[in-house]
Ligand binder design. Structure first.
Ligand code: EPU
Length: 336
């Protein structure tokens, strides 16, 4: 572990924004984290894959800690399932590919999600009917205030839709070091999403296993979502709003084509991408930023955008969706 000064964070965030860190350190083990805590007494901000982040400024006072703890090990090998312990710095999709080679199921619907394993619990990543919480056992973390090792079990994490304790009361207080997941040796595939079934049919696959489901998800994501190595982005920029059924009924009278997914407790999820598209933003470029042409929910950096420019665009979108639909979009991306 070594401290570096005046580091560009451009290659550490998928938006490709050129913020600078006056103080920077990369950690590859728990002992590296402890060594940092011994030597640095100021504020610390943890950076994983930087895939859910909008950097709007330079960082002069905080230490930016890049989590590069790697390693995947099977720690419990049971008849029906295996428990794996994964370093927080492992690239999420590399873990998915590893699970396929081991014939362990549970991660295939989460293929190609950008970011690292340590970031996955923070926002309870999800796609195509599966969320991290469905395979999560526990995680290991180091408390930044005193270096104490702490275990968080699933119930401690308070997982919700793109939400956990790490976005709320525990925000910024821990360095997640390892995540323990439960994978299945006789996987039940989940193809409840029509898009997966349709893609498998197009691929001519009638009896899909976890590899085929993963490949279908990769195809869908690649067709809809921009590759961050080519066009900077952070995936879905906003959460899909969940509104009361009564509010939804009123909206449906005005917008008969509104798309919706029923939720528990008389609530309805409305795709933010649809709302944004109706407001005319899809594919529209404003300066160096804008909404992706294939998926309005994804804000992009066409090259040379600043974080402040992207943030201003997000605010324009929030304002126009509020004016048209009376719904206030909430960013999913962490804006700092
Ligand atoms: N839609 C539009 N216009 C658009 C985009 C979407 O009308 O420009 C409508 C369509 O009707 C479409 C519906 O919205 O059927 C849903 O779109 P999509 O299937 O692309 O999913 P999403 O709700 O926009 C969510 C997650 C994604 C995840 C997909 C698939 C959130 C915020 N996003 O997107 O997660 O991959 O479902 O499960 O929940 C991410 O979190 O970064 C992310 C990419």
């Amino acid at each position: 572990m070594e401290f570096q000064n005046n580091v560009s964070l451009k290659s550490y965030n998928t938006f490709g924004l050129d913020a600078r860190a006056t103080h920077f350190a990369k950690v590859a083990s728990e002992s590296d984290v402890n060594a940092v805590l011994q030597q640095w007494s100021g504020p610390i901000r943890i950076l994983g894959g930087g895939s859910n982040l909008l950097l709007t400024r330079d960082f002069e006072d905080e230490l930016i800690l890049h989590n590069a703890i790697t390693g995947i090990e099977i720690i419990e090998d049971l008849a029906e399932e295996a428990h794996i312990r994964v370093g927080a710095g492992v690239v999420w999709h590399d873990l998915v590919l590893w699970s396929l080679t081991q014939n362990l199921g549970g991660l295939e619907n989460l293929s190609l999600i950008p970011g690292t394993v340590g970031a996955a619990p923070i926002q309870n990543i999800g796609a195509y009917g599966v969320e991290l919480k469905d395979v999560f056992v526990r995680l290991e973390a180091i408390r930044l205030s005193d270096g104490a090792p702490v275990i968080f079990h699933a119930t401690d994490c308070a997982f919700g839709y793109r939400d956990s304790i790490f976005k709320r009361s525990a925000k910024g207080q821990y360095c997640i070091t390892r995540v323990i997941l439960r994978l299945s040796k006789s996987p039940q595939i989940n193809i409840s999403y029509g898009a997966i079934r349709q893609t498998l049919a197009e691929m001519g696959i009638t009896q899909p296993g976890i590899r085929e489901v993963s490949e279908a998800v990769v195809r869908i994501r690649s067709s809809k979502l921009p590759d961050p190595t080519k066009i900077g982005n952070s995936g879905s920029f906003f959460k899909n709003p969940i509104i009361p059924q009564t509010q939804f009924e009123t909206l449906r009278e005005r917008f008969p084509n509104i798309v919706s997914y029923p939720q528990a407790e008389n609530r309805v999820k409305v795709p933010a991408g649809w709302l944004i598209e109706q407001c005319g933003w899809k594919g529209k470029r404003v300066g160096n930023t804008g909404c992706y042409a294939q998926q309005a929910l994804v804000l992009v950096n066409h090259g040379g955008a600043t974080g402040a420019e992207v943030k201003a665009h997000a605010e324009r979108i929030i304002e126009s969706v509020r004016a048209t639909f009376g719904i206030t979009l909430e960013p999913e991306v962490n804006i700092i």
